[in-house]
Write a protein that binds this ligand. Structure first.
Ligand SMILES: CCCCCCCC/C=C\CCCCCCCC(=O)N[C@@H](COP(=O)(O)O)[C@H](O)/C=C/CCCCCCCCCCCCC
Length: 186
């Protein structure tokens, strides 16, 4: 969990460099990361050291609203599920950035990745706001420059190593949530 949270913190830091138009996205992600950090550092923190232990603890102690929003709007399982869904967007987006041609539009790549993943969980107003923000994304080269990894070839190689790890984390979480039937926490 500590590493999961650290990963998201790094991503949010990157997002914040893209400008205030992404502030509403960053704010939501920061809020969710903060909830997980509070749980991890709280008095029951030992139960939050892994995603597996969190799921077991919260389900065994009825700390998750399973069918309708109720007493546990900030459960770890619910909060992490939102970030988990966003991780699929990230995986798709990074993979398209890695494989696209130099003149591809990042706004289109980002929107495609979003439409294939996260968008189905968002209401109309969030989808519209996200779509508008995507139009203000910098070009592929600017993305790569901010990453500060080196030449385009080096960034592409780095992404080639990172994406399978993101996919693995995504799949392990997806399987765990499916096994406990908690992929639809409201
Ligand atoms: C070389 C490229 C590196 C790319 C690095 C990208 C860094 C991205 C960092 C953060 C991604 C944002 C994560 C957003 C989490 C959204 C979680 C969510 O779905 N929340 C909604 C549901 O929450 P509840 O209401 O149920 O608690 C919430 O309603 C969402 C509100 C904000 C809008 C979310 C839009 C998400 C768009 C994702 C694409 C981000 C675009 C970034 C462009 C780089």
């Amino acid at each position: 969990m500590e590493h999961y949270v650290a990963g998201w913190r790094g991503l949010v830091k990157f997002l914040n460099t893209l400008g205030s138009v992404f502030g509403f996205i960053s704010k939501d992600a920061v809020g969710k990361v903060q909830i997980l950090v509070s749980l991890l550092k709280g008095e029951d923190g030992s139960h939050y050291s892994t995603i597996q232990s969190m799921v077991k603890y919260e389900l065994e102690n009825q700390l998750v609203d399973l069918t309708k929003a109720g007493a546990h709007p900030t459960s770890g399982c619910r909060t992490l599920l939102r970030l988990h869904r966003a991780l699929r967007w990230l995986e798709l987006f990074l993979d398209s950035l890695r494989t696209c041609s130099e003149d591809s539009k990042t706004s289109v790549l980002c929107a495609d990745a979003y439409n294939k993943s996260l968008s189905k969980f968002h209401p109309w107003v969030v989808r519209k706001a996200a779509g508008m923000a995507f139009c203000l994304l910098p070009g592929r080269q600017a993305f790569f420059d901010v990453m500060n990894v080196g030449t385009t070839e080096q960034v592409v190689a780095m992404l080639g190593e990172a994406i399978p790890l993101i996919s693995e984390v995504y799949q392990i979480t997806e399987d765990l949530y499916a096994q406990h039937n908690i992929l639809d926490i409201p």
